[in-house]
Design a protein around this ligand. Sequence first.
Ligand code: ADP
Length: 545
Amino acid sequence: MSTHAPTLGRMMHRPLLITHLLERAATIHGRATVVSQRPDKTRVRRTYADIGARASRLAHALAALGVTAGTRVATLCWNHEAHLEAYVAVPCMGAVVHTLNLRLHPNDLAYIARHANDEVILVDRSLLPLFAQFAAQVPSLRHVIVVGDSGPVDTSGGHRDYETLLAQAPPVPYPWPDLDENAAAMICYTSGTTGNPKGVVYSHRSTVLHSLVSAMADTLGLKDDDVVLPVVPMFHAAAWGLPYTALLTGASLVFPGPHLDAASVRDLMVKEKVTVAAGVPTIWLGLLALLDEEPGKHDLSRVRTTIIGGSAAPAAMIAGFRERHGIIITHAWGMTELNPLGTVAHLKPHLRAADAAAQLEVLASQGAPVPFVEIRHKGEDDGPPLPWDGATMGELETRGPWVADSYVGDEGEDRWTADGWFKTGDVVTIDREGYVRITDRAKDVVKSGGEWISSVALENALMSHPAVLEAAVFAARDEKWGERPVAAVVFKDGRRASDDELRAHLATRFPKFWLPDRFVAMHQIPRTSTGKFLKSKLREEHGGW
Ligand code: ADP
């Protein structure tokens, strides 16, 4: 309910537009750099001034192809400067950029591109084989623009070459229109692990506000002297908004292209003097193992922090980076539906004098909500919000200026409560200070004899065992208890541990009925397109479902 307070004076109303981020970066921070790694590992350097000029040219070129307000322009690209140019040029001209997740199955990509009504697509040359597998199933597509990331572009089949289009466009600034700040800027689709993927729209306003809050010192704290490496793909939740936050703050950007393995990421961090890197835990688990093998060999002293989210960052990993390599992890929680930042694990002043164990408790939590993100958790949809006591588990709900209030086409309406809060599907506790701890995704919680067992807590503990690289706990069917926990375990190279050893390692921290019935050794844990454990597959293959 809103009440109407008297208006005593009028403030200037200027809309919050991405255009401002672009123009500010190109002028005030014109010397900041954007480095892009190509598939052959060569690197291309540009400045924000270049990006501004090239975004203008891209907008001219797209306008000449018939792109107007609201036209959907898709991208099928790795992280690089042309993708950044699309991130700004498309929304600033009033059109909508739609990032396609190149890890999805071609049938899903076809569904999503049709659903979004994509008319133009920017495709990396290296991804043309993937594009060829679904292009014919998207009748709305009128123009294909190929980004020559891996060599010259063949235009004989009607494809256009990105660089040629830019070179032929007028070299004058594009007259960026005044837009409604609530206009759609970007569409991202959820990965649809249950049901069809759903489209989430980010507006200019939500993107600008999200960038401002992300830049705050006590959230992600980006600054003009930072060098930011988004390992998280730009096709996933806008690379956590980092490209926009970098433009806003004048921080330089380093894009990894397709090289996302730990050794390549480490080399890029060293060579480009990265200060802030961001990605899902898998990458950093790999990096930590590499650094542990060769302590002191690689100079990562410039790294101020590594932002980790997407799945739970294990406490042992956070401690390992800090104690053995002096790298501070910033653990954050977010969702595609949130543009995506929701909470950040930041030590409040009174905790900075606390002992290492108490600090780790907080640093390994998903953190407290960032400004403007409101949270509560519920046991039942119609029930009252649960107490913030750090113990009571319930489903996390949220609302805020960058929290979606619908999906494209009003699908999945049951994800919102009657009073308009978004139901995250994450089961959490919230403590007195607002620190959230995810105990599970609602669908992954193990329900044994009517009690809930947190798969995330068990995984975290398993990953603190010296022989374990990764662990995923999932529910197996059980006649007596309904479900019982089973752990899939990947051991570090040359290391092993017996089931009894692993069970003993857990027994000191958990009640007996929480301990996994079985351990399944694997070379690799199956993952979703966004790098999360694919527990549905584990359940099917090893859980008797
Ligand atoms: P997708 O479903 O496409 O993988 P999202 O990135 O939107 O997409 O996934 C959001 C979900 O990821 C959250 O609901 C939560 O379950 C999980 N998640 C995100 N960050 C964290 C984190 N720091 N710790 C634990 N889980 C996380």
